[in-house]
Design a protein around this ligand. Structure first.
Ligand code: NAP
Length: 415
Protein backbone atom coordinates (compact mmCIF):
# COMPACT_ATOMS: atom_id res chain seq x y z
CA UNK A 1 0.00 0.00 0.00
CA UNK A 2 1.20 3.52 -0.82
CA UNK A 3 2.43 5.67 2.08
CA UNK A 4 0.28 8.82 1.88
CA UNK A 5 1.70 12.12 3.12
CA UNK A 6 -1.38 14.31 2.93
CA UNK A 7 -4.24 11.82 2.96
CA UNK A 8 -5.21 9.44 5.74
CA UNK A 9 -6.27 5.92 4.82
CA UNK A 10 -9.30 5.02 7.00
CA UNK A 11 -8.26 2.34 9.48
CA UNK A 12 -11.49 0.35 9.21
CA UNK A 13 -11.96 0.21 5.46
CA UNK A 14 -10.89 -2.29 2.81
CA UNK A 15 -9.61 -1.81 -0.70
CA UNK A 16 -11.72 -2.61 -3.76
CA UNK A 17 -9.84 -5.39 -5.55
CA UNK A 18 -9.96 -6.29 -9.23
CA UNK A 19 -10.05 -9.95 -10.26
CA UNK A 20 -10.76 -11.43 -13.70
CA UNK A 21 -11.71 -8.02 -15.09
CA UNK A 22 -14.31 -7.52 -12.33
CA UNK A 23 -14.23 -5.36 -9.23
CA UNK A 24 -14.74 -7.08 -5.87
CA UNK A 25 -16.54 -4.67 -3.56
CA UNK A 26 -16.00 -5.24 0.19
CA UNK A 27 -18.67 -4.26 2.72
CA UNK A 28 -16.57 -1.32 3.95
CA UNK A 29 -14.90 -0.03 0.77
CA UNK A 30 -12.44 2.85 1.03
CA UNK A 31 -13.55 5.49 -1.47
CA UNK A 32 -11.37 8.57 -2.04
CA UNK A 33 -13.10 11.90 -2.63
CA UNK A 34 -11.97 15.30 -3.89
CA UNK A 35 -14.08 18.09 -2.43
CA UNK A 36 -13.48 20.45 -5.37
CA UNK A 37 -13.10 24.22 -5.72
CA UNK A 38 -15.71 26.99 -5.59
CA UNK A 39 -19.07 25.46 -4.68
CA UNK A 40 -17.45 22.02 -4.33
CA UNK A 41 -17.30 22.01 -0.49
CA UNK A 42 -20.98 23.06 -0.13
CA UNK A 43 -22.02 20.36 -2.57
CA UNK A 44 -19.85 17.64 -1.03
CA UNK A 45 -21.13 18.31 2.51
CA UNK A 46 -24.71 17.74 1.35
CA UNK A 47 -23.91 14.81 -0.96
CA UNK A 48 -21.92 12.71 1.48
CA UNK A 49 -24.76 12.85 4.02
CA UNK A 50 -27.13 11.57 1.32
CA UNK A 51 -24.75 8.72 0.39
CA UNK A 52 -24.24 7.60 3.98
CA UNK A 53 -27.96 7.78 4.79
CA UNK A 54 -28.91 5.78 1.68
CA UNK A 55 -26.31 3.06 2.39
CA UNK A 56 -27.53 2.80 5.96
CA UNK A 57 -31.19 2.66 4.86
CA UNK A 58 -30.36 -0.07 2.34
CA UNK A 59 -27.99 -2.25 4.37
CA UNK A 60 -28.16 -1.16 8.03
CA UNK A 61 -24.76 -1.52 9.69
CA UNK A 62 -23.63 -4.33 7.36
CA UNK A 63 -22.18 -1.96 4.78
CA UNK A 64 -20.62 1.47 4.99
CA UNK A 65 -18.39 3.56 2.76
CA UNK A 66 -15.15 4.64 4.44
CA UNK A 67 -14.43 8.02 2.85
CA UNK A 68 -10.84 9.14 2.33
CA UNK A 69 -10.18 12.76 1.41
CA UNK A 70 -7.57 13.30 -1.29
CA UNK A 71 -6.41 16.72 -2.38
CA UNK A 72 -6.62 18.48 -5.72
CA UNK A 73 -7.12 22.06 -6.90
CA UNK A 74 -6.87 25.08 -4.64
CA UNK A 75 -7.09 23.06 -1.40
CA UNK A 76 -4.16 20.92 -2.58
CA UNK A 77 -2.15 23.96 -3.64
CA UNK A 78 -2.64 25.65 -0.27
CA UNK A 79 -1.65 22.51 1.64
CA UNK A 80 1.12 21.12 -0.56
CA UNK A 81 2.17 23.75 -3.14
CA UNK A 82 0.93 21.43 -5.91
CA UNK A 83 -2.41 21.52 -7.75
CA UNK A 84 -2.55 17.77 -8.32
CA UNK A 85 -0.22 15.90 -5.93
CA UNK A 86 1.06 12.60 -7.30
CA UNK A 87 -0.43 10.77 -4.31
CA UNK A 88 -3.93 11.89 -5.34
CA UNK A 89 -3.58 10.06 -8.64
CA UNK A 90 -2.02 7.13 -6.81
CA UNK A 91 -4.98 6.92 -4.41
CA UNK A 92 -7.46 6.68 -7.31
CA UNK A 93 -5.28 4.00 -8.90
CA UNK A 94 -5.03 2.08 -5.64
CA UNK A 95 -8.66 2.31 -4.51
CA UNK A 96 -10.18 2.13 -8.05
CA UNK A 97 -13.38 4.09 -7.41
CA UNK A 98 -13.41 7.79 -6.48
CA UNK A 99 -15.78 10.75 -6.57
CA UNK A 100 -14.90 14.39 -7.07
CA UNK A 101 -16.26 17.91 -7.07
CA UNK A 102 -15.43 20.41 -9.83
CA UNK A 103 -11.97 21.94 -10.17
CA UNK A 104 -11.14 25.39 -11.52
CA UNK A 105 -9.41 25.60 -14.90
CA UNK A 106 -8.09 29.06 -15.81
CA UNK A 107 -8.78 30.03 -19.45
CA UNK A 108 -5.73 30.83 -21.62
CA UNK A 109 -2.40 29.85 -20.07
CA UNK A 110 -1.68 29.13 -16.40
CA UNK A 111 -2.00 25.62 -15.01
CA UNK A 112 -2.99 22.72 -17.19
CA UNK A 113 -6.57 21.51 -16.68
CA UNK A 114 -6.57 19.30 -13.60
CA UNK A 115 -9.60 17.44 -14.89
CA UNK A 116 -7.85 16.63 -18.14
CA UNK A 117 -4.73 15.57 -16.23
CA UNK A 118 -6.76 13.23 -14.05
CA UNK A 119 -8.55 11.65 -17.00
CA UNK A 120 -5.37 11.22 -19.04
CA UNK A 121 -3.02 10.04 -16.31
CA UNK A 122 -5.50 7.40 -15.19
CA UNK A 123 -6.63 6.63 -18.75
CA UNK A 124 -10.29 7.23 -17.84
CA UNK A 125 -11.19 7.03 -21.50
CA UNK A 126 -14.98 7.22 -21.39
CA UNK A 127 -16.96 10.09 -19.92
CA UNK A 128 -20.47 8.75 -19.40
CA UNK A 129 -23.30 11.19 -18.91
CA UNK A 130 -26.89 9.99 -18.57
CA UNK A 131 -29.49 12.68 -19.24
CA UNK A 132 -33.07 12.10 -18.10
CA UNK A 133 -36.00 14.18 -17.01
CA UNK A 134 -37.24 14.33 -13.41
CA UNK A 135 -41.00 14.89 -13.27
CA UNK A 136 -41.84 18.39 -12.09
CA UNK A 137 -38.63 20.14 -13.14
CA UNK A 138 -39.46 23.23 -15.18
CA UNK A 139 -37.53 22.31 -18.30
CA UNK A 140 -37.60 24.58 -21.38
CA UNK A 141 -38.96 21.84 -23.69
CA UNK A 142 -42.66 21.05 -24.26
CA UNK A 143 -42.09 17.33 -23.64
CA UNK A 144 -38.75 17.05 -21.80
CA UNK A 145 -39.53 13.45 -20.71
CA UNK A 146 -38.93 12.30 -24.29
CA UNK A 147 -35.19 12.83 -23.86
CA UNK A 148 -33.59 9.88 -22.08
CA UNK A 149 -30.09 9.32 -23.37
CA UNK A 150 -26.66 8.27 -22.18
CA UNK A 151 -23.72 10.06 -23.74
CA UNK A 152 -20.37 8.28 -24.09
CA UNK A 153 -17.80 11.01 -24.68
CA UNK A 154 -14.25 10.00 -25.62
CA UNK A 155 -12.22 11.38 -22.76
CA UNK A 156 -8.50 11.43 -23.54
CA UNK A 157 -7.98 12.14 -27.27
CA UNK A 158 -9.19 14.80 -29.74
CA UNK A 159 -8.84 18.25 -28.16
CA UNK A 160 -7.89 16.70 -24.79
CA UNK A 161 -4.70 15.50 -26.52
CA UNK A 162 -4.68 18.58 -28.71
CA UNK A 163 -1.48 20.49 -29.35
CA UNK A 164 -1.82 24.21 -29.97
CA UNK A 165 0.66 26.83 -31.10
CA UNK A 166 0.03 30.51 -30.48
CA UNK A 167 -0.55 32.83 -33.43
CA UNK A 168 2.75 34.30 -34.65
CA UNK A 169 4.87 32.10 -32.38
CA UNK A 170 8.11 30.63 -33.81
CA UNK A 171 6.56 27.13 -33.41
CA UNK A 172 3.43 28.07 -35.36
CA UNK A 173 5.51 29.73 -38.09
CA UNK A 174 7.84 26.75 -38.34
CA UNK A 175 4.93 24.31 -38.54
CA UNK A 176 3.26 26.46 -41.19
CA UNK A 177 6.49 26.47 -43.26
CA UNK A 178 6.86 22.71 -42.84
CA UNK A 179 3.28 22.07 -43.99
CA UNK A 180 3.83 24.31 -47.01
CA UNK A 181 7.15 22.77 -48.08
CA UNK A 182 6.37 19.17 -47.20
CA UNK A 183 2.66 18.91 -48.14
CA UNK A 184 2.09 21.99 -50.30
CA UNK A 185 -0.81 23.16 -48.12
CA UNK A 186 -1.37 26.82 -47.30
CA UNK A 187 -2.10 28.27 -43.88
CA UNK A 188 -2.64 32.04 -43.57
CA UNK A 189 0.41 33.84 -42.21
CA UNK A 190 0.30 34.59 -38.49
CA UNK A 191 -2.33 31.88 -37.77
CA UNK A 192 -2.63 29.94 -34.53
CA UNK A 193 -2.42 26.21 -35.27
CA UNK A 194 -4.02 23.31 -33.43
CA UNK A 195 -3.61 19.56 -33.85
CA UNK A 196 -6.44 17.16 -33.05
CA UNK A 197 -5.21 13.57 -32.76
CA UNK A 198 -7.72 10.70 -32.83
CA UNK A 199 -6.76 7.04 -33.07
CA UNK A 200 -8.53 3.81 -34.08
CA UNK A 201 -7.53 2.41 -30.67
CA UNK A 202 -9.09 5.27 -28.68
CA UNK A 203 -12.23 5.50 -30.82
CA UNK A 204 -12.89 1.76 -30.94
CA UNK A 205 -12.65 1.19 -27.21
CA UNK A 206 -15.10 4.06 -26.60
CA UNK A 207 -17.66 2.77 -29.13
CA UNK A 208 -17.16 -0.72 -27.72
CA UNK A 209 -18.04 0.47 -24.22
CA UNK A 210 -21.16 2.22 -25.55
CA UNK A 211 -22.24 -0.92 -27.41
CA UNK A 212 -21.68 -3.13 -24.36
CA UNK A 213 -23.74 -0.71 -22.28
CA UNK A 214 -26.58 -0.75 -24.86
CA UNK A 215 -26.61 -4.55 -25.04
CA UNK A 216 -26.55 -4.94 -21.24
CA UNK A 217 -29.35 -2.42 -20.71
CA UNK A 218 -31.56 -3.62 -23.58
CA UNK A 219 -31.27 -0.40 -25.58
CA UNK A 220 -32.26 -0.50 -29.25
CA UNK A 221 -29.81 2.00 -30.76
CA UNK A 222 -26.35 3.53 -30.42
CA UNK A 223 -25.63 6.69 -32.44
CA UNK A 224 -22.13 7.87 -33.33
CA UNK A 225 -22.11 11.68 -33.41
CA UNK A 226 -19.28 13.11 -35.51
CA UNK A 227 -18.29 15.88 -37.90
CA UNK A 228 -16.83 13.52 -40.48
CA UNK A 229 -18.23 15.43 -43.45
CA UNK A 230 -15.61 18.13 -42.79
CA UNK A 231 -12.92 16.41 -40.69
CA UNK A 232 -12.78 13.26 -42.75
CA UNK A 233 -9.83 11.50 -41.19
CA UNK A 234 -10.35 12.36 -37.51
CA UNK A 235 -14.12 12.56 -36.99
CA UNK A 236 -14.81 10.49 -40.12
CA UNK A 237 -12.27 7.98 -38.83
CA UNK A 238 -14.17 7.77 -35.55
CA UNK A 239 -17.31 6.74 -37.44
CA UNK A 240 -15.50 4.19 -39.64
CA UNK A 241 -13.64 2.64 -36.70
CA UNK A 242 -16.91 2.45 -34.78
CA UNK A 243 -18.57 0.45 -37.56
CA UNK A 244 -15.43 -1.67 -37.77
CA UNK A 245 -15.47 -2.71 -34.10
CA UNK A 246 -19.19 -3.49 -34.38
CA UNK A 247 -18.50 -5.74 -37.37
CA UNK A 248 -15.43 -7.40 -35.82
CA UNK A 249 -16.62 -7.94 -32.24
CA UNK A 250 -20.41 -7.62 -32.14
CA UNK A 251 -21.54 -9.42 -35.30
CA UNK A 252 -24.10 -11.44 -33.31
CA UNK A 253 -25.67 -8.54 -31.43
CA UNK A 254 -25.18 -5.30 -33.38
CA UNK A 255 -26.26 -4.33 -36.90
CA UNK A 256 -25.45 -1.11 -38.77
CA UNK A 257 -28.38 1.10 -39.68
CA UNK A 258 -27.57 0.69 -43.39
CA UNK A 259 -27.66 -3.13 -43.14
CA UNK A 260 -30.80 -3.02 -41.02
CA UNK A 261 -32.76 -1.03 -43.61
CA UNK A 262 -31.40 -3.15 -46.46
CA UNK A 263 -33.13 -6.13 -44.86
CA UNK A 264 -31.64 -9.59 -45.21
CA UNK A 265 -29.71 -11.51 -42.59
CA UNK A 266 -28.30 -8.41 -40.90
CA UNK A 267 -31.77 -7.05 -40.14
CA UNK A 268 -32.47 -8.94 -36.93
CA UNK A 269 -35.25 -7.36 -34.89
CA UNK A 270 -33.47 -7.98 -31.57
CA UNK A 271 -30.11 -6.47 -32.59
CA UNK A 272 -28.81 -3.11 -31.36
CA UNK A 273 -28.77 -0.74 -34.34
CA UNK A 274 -25.56 1.24 -34.73
CA UNK A 275 -26.11 4.48 -36.64
CA UNK A 276 -24.24 7.74 -37.16
CA UNK A 277 -25.27 11.37 -37.41
CA UNK A 278 -23.38 14.56 -38.26
CA UNK A 279 -22.86 16.66 -35.12
CA UNK A 280 -24.89 19.71 -36.22
CA UNK A 281 -27.81 17.52 -37.25
CA UNK A 282 -27.59 15.67 -33.92
CA UNK A 283 -28.29 18.88 -32.01
CA UNK A 284 -31.50 19.58 -33.94
CA UNK A 285 -32.51 15.90 -33.76
CA UNK A 286 -32.23 15.93 -29.97
CA UNK A 287 -34.57 18.92 -29.90
CA UNK A 288 -37.05 17.68 -32.50
CA UNK A 289 -36.96 13.87 -32.21
CA UNK A 290 -35.37 13.10 -28.84
CA UNK A 291 -37.18 9.77 -28.53
CA UNK A 292 -35.16 8.37 -31.47
CA UNK A 293 -31.92 8.40 -29.46
CA UNK A 294 -30.80 6.29 -26.52
CA UNK A 295 -27.01 6.00 -26.45
CA UNK A 296 -24.65 8.49 -28.12
CA UNK A 297 -20.96 7.73 -28.68
CA UNK A 298 -18.89 10.73 -29.68
CA UNK A 299 -15.41 12.23 -29.76
CA UNK A 300 -14.28 14.58 -27.06
CA UNK A 301 -15.27 18.07 -28.20
CA UNK A 302 -18.71 17.13 -29.58
CA UNK A 303 -19.34 15.30 -26.32
CA UNK A 304 -18.56 18.39 -24.30
CA UNK A 305 -21.07 20.52 -26.20
CA UNK A 306 -23.85 17.97 -26.43
CA UNK A 307 -23.67 17.06 -22.73
CA UNK A 308 -24.42 20.60 -21.56
CA UNK A 309 -27.04 21.17 -24.27
CA UNK A 310 -28.87 17.93 -23.43
CA UNK A 311 -28.69 18.70 -19.71
CA UNK A 312 -30.30 22.09 -20.36
CA UNK A 313 -33.17 20.41 -22.26
CA UNK A 314 -34.25 18.49 -19.17
CA UNK A 315 -33.78 21.26 -16.63
CA UNK A 316 -30.13 22.22 -16.30
CA UNK A 317 -26.69 21.47 -15.03
CA UNK A 318 -27.91 21.15 -11.44
CA UNK A 319 -29.11 17.60 -12.16
CA UNK A 320 -26.47 16.44 -14.68
CA UNK A 321 -24.27 13.61 -13.38
CA UNK A 322 -21.24 11.97 -14.95
CA UNK A 323 -18.58 9.30 -14.67
CA UNK A 324 -15.06 8.99 -16.05
CA UNK A 325 -14.41 5.31 -16.60
CA UNK A 326 -11.28 3.40 -17.59
CA UNK A 327 -10.41 -0.27 -17.42
CA UNK A 328 -8.60 0.11 -14.09
CA UNK A 329 -10.37 2.96 -12.29
CA UNK A 330 -13.47 5.15 -12.28
CA UNK A 331 -13.99 8.72 -11.08
CA UNK A 332 -17.53 10.03 -10.71
CA UNK A 333 -18.26 13.75 -11.08
CA UNK A 334 -20.90 16.28 -12.06
CA UNK A 335 -21.05 17.75 -15.56
CA UNK A 336 -20.96 21.33 -14.23
CA UNK A 337 -18.00 23.39 -13.06
CA UNK A 338 -17.17 25.26 -9.86
CA UNK A 339 -19.87 27.97 -10.29
CA UNK A 340 -17.60 30.25 -8.20
CA UNK A 341 -20.10 33.08 -7.71
CA UNK A 342 -22.15 30.80 -5.44
CA UNK A 343 -19.22 29.48 -3.37
CA UNK A 344 -19.89 29.12 0.38
CA UNK A 345 -23.45 30.46 0.10
CA UNK A 346 -25.13 27.07 0.76
CA UNK A 347 -27.18 27.81 -2.35
CA UNK A 348 -26.04 25.68 -5.28
CA UNK A 349 -27.82 22.51 -6.41
CA UNK A 350 -25.95 19.40 -5.17
CA UNK A 351 -28.13 17.18 -7.42
CA UNK A 352 -25.46 16.50 -10.03
CA UNK A 353 -22.95 15.14 -7.53
CA UNK A 354 -25.72 13.23 -5.71
CA UNK A 355 -26.73 11.62 -9.03
CA UNK A 356 -23.06 10.98 -9.87
CA UNK A 357 -23.09 9.02 -6.61
CA UNK A 358 -26.00 7.00 -8.02
CA UNK A 359 -23.79 6.06 -10.98
CA UNK A 360 -20.99 5.17 -8.56
CA UNK A 361 -23.18 2.86 -6.49
CA UNK A 362 -24.51 1.23 -9.69
CA UNK A 363 -20.92 0.70 -10.81
CA UNK A 364 -20.24 -0.96 -7.45
CA UNK A 365 -23.33 -3.16 -7.75
CA UNK A 366 -25.00 -1.46 -4.76
CA UNK A 367 -28.22 -1.02 -6.74
CA UNK A 368 -30.45 -0.69 -3.65
CA UNK A 369 -28.52 2.42 -2.63
CA UNK A 370 -28.71 3.89 -6.14
CA UNK A 371 -32.47 3.27 -6.28
CA UNK A 372 -33.03 4.89 -2.88
CA UNK A 373 -31.10 8.01 -3.85
CA UNK A 374 -33.01 8.36 -7.13
CA UNK A 375 -36.26 7.98 -5.16
CA UNK A 376 -35.07 10.68 -2.76
CA UNK A 377 -34.29 13.11 -5.59
CA UNK A 378 -37.62 12.35 -7.30
CA UNK A 379 -39.54 12.92 -4.06
CA UNK A 380 -37.76 16.19 -3.28
CA UNK A 381 -38.51 17.50 -6.77
CA UNK A 382 -42.12 16.30 -6.75
CA UNK A 383 -42.62 18.04 -3.40
CA UNK A 384 -41.18 21.16 -5.09
CA UNK A 385 -38.49 21.45 -2.40
CA UNK A 386 -35.64 22.57 -4.65
CA UNK A 387 -32.59 24.81 -4.88
CA UNK A 388 -32.67 28.22 -6.60
CA UNK A 389 -31.89 26.96 -10.10
CA UNK A 390 -34.89 24.63 -10.23
CA UNK A 391 -37.08 26.98 -8.15
CA UNK A 392 -36.80 29.73 -10.77
CA UNK A 393 -38.25 27.35 -13.36
CA UNK A 394 -40.93 25.82 -11.08
CA UNK A 395 -43.83 28.10 -10.12
CA UNK A 396 -45.13 27.42 -6.60
CA UNK A 397 -41.92 25.74 -5.45
CA UNK A 398 -40.11 26.32 -2.17
CA UNK A 399 -36.52 27.41 -2.66
CA UNK A 400 -34.20 25.70 -0.19
CA UNK A 401 -30.47 25.74 0.48
CA UNK A 402 -27.96 23.11 -0.64
CA UNK A 403 -28.04 21.47 2.77
CA UNK A 404 -31.84 21.53 3.07
CA UNK A 405 -32.17 19.96 -0.39
CA UNK A 406 -29.83 17.23 0.89
CA UNK A 407 -32.16 16.76 3.89
CA UNK A 408 -35.17 16.41 1.56
CA UNK A 409 -33.36 13.80 -0.55
CA UNK A 410 -32.38 11.87 2.59
CA UNK A 411 -36.00 11.83 3.81
CA UNK A 412 -37.12 10.41 0.45
CA UNK A 413 -34.25 7.91 0.29
CA UNK A 414 -35.19 6.55 3.75
CA UNK A 415 -38.89 6.19 2.92
P1 NAP B 1 -20.08 26.27 -14.32
O1 NAP B 1 -19.24 26.28 -13.11
O2 NAP B 1 -20.64 24.97 -14.73
O3 NAP B 1 -21.24 27.33 -14.08
C1 NAP B 1 -21.99 27.94 -15.12
C2 NAP B 1 -23.42 28.20 -14.66
O4 NAP B 1 -24.13 26.96 -14.67
C3 NAP B 1 -23.56 28.71 -13.24
O5 NAP B 1 -23.34 30.09 -13.14
C4 NAP B 1 -24.99 28.29 -12.94
O6 NAP B 1 -25.91 29.10 -13.67
C5 NAP B 1 -25.06 26.92 -13.60
N1 NAP B 1 -24.66 25.87 -12.67
C6 NAP B 1 -23.47 25.22 -12.59
N2 NAP B 1 -23.49 24.32 -11.62
C7 NAP B 1 -24.71 24.37 -11.06
C8 NAP B 1 -25.33 23.68 -9.99
N3 NAP B 1 -24.70 22.73 -9.28
N4 NAP B 1 -26.58 24.01 -9.67
C9 NAP B 1 -27.23 24.97 -10.35
N5 NAP B 1 -26.70 25.66 -11.38
C10 NAP B 1 -25.46 25.36 -11.73
O7 NAP B 1 -19.28 26.83 -15.59
P2 NAP B 1 -18.18 27.96 -15.73
O8 NAP B 1 -18.59 29.15 -14.90
O9 NAP B 1 -17.95 28.09 -17.15
O10 NAP B 1 -16.87 27.32 -15.08
C11 NAP B 1 -16.34 27.66 -13.79
C12 NAP B 1 -15.05 26.85 -13.58
O11 NAP B 1 -15.32 25.45 -13.51
C13 NAP B 1 -14.01 27.01 -14.69
O12 NAP B 1 -12.74 27.14 -14.10
C14 NAP B 1 -14.12 25.72 -15.48
O13 NAP B 1 -12.94 25.38 -16.12
C15 NAP B 1 -14.43 24.73 -14.37
N6 NAP B 1 -15.08 23.48 -14.82
C16 NAP B 1 -14.73 22.36 -14.16
C17 NAP B 1 -15.33 21.17 -14.50
C18 NAP B 1 -14.92 19.95 -13.74
O14 NAP B 1 -14.28 20.05 -12.72
N7 NAP B 1 -15.27 18.77 -14.21
C19 NAP B 1 -16.32 21.13 -15.49
C20 NAP B 1 -16.70 22.31 -16.13
C21 NAP B 1 -16.06 23.50 -15.78
P3 NAP B 1 -26.66 30.41 -13.14
O15 NAP B 1 -25.62 31.49 -13.11
O16 NAP B 1 -27.71 30.64 -14.18
O17 NAP B 1 -27.23 30.14 -11.80
Amino acid sequence: MTAYKHATVPAKGERIEAAGGKFQIPDHPIIPFIEGDGTGPDIWRASVRVFDAAVEAAYGSKRKVEWMEILAGEKAFNATGEWMPAETLEAVREFKVAIKGPLTTPVGGGIRSLNVALRQELDLYACIRPVRYFTGVGAPMKAPEKLNITIFRENVEDVYSGIEFKAGSPEANELRDFIKTRFNKNIREGSAIGLKPMSPFGSKRLVKMALEYAIKRGKKTVTMMHKGNIMKFTEGGFRDWGYEIARDEFAATVVSEADFYKGGTGARADAVILKDRIADSMFQQLLLRPEDYEVIATPNLNGDYVSDAAAAQVGGLGIAPGANIGDAAAVFEATHGTAPKYADLDKINPGSVILSGVMMFEHMGWQEVADRIVRGVEKAITAKTVTYDLARQMPGSTEVSTSKFGDAVIAGARS
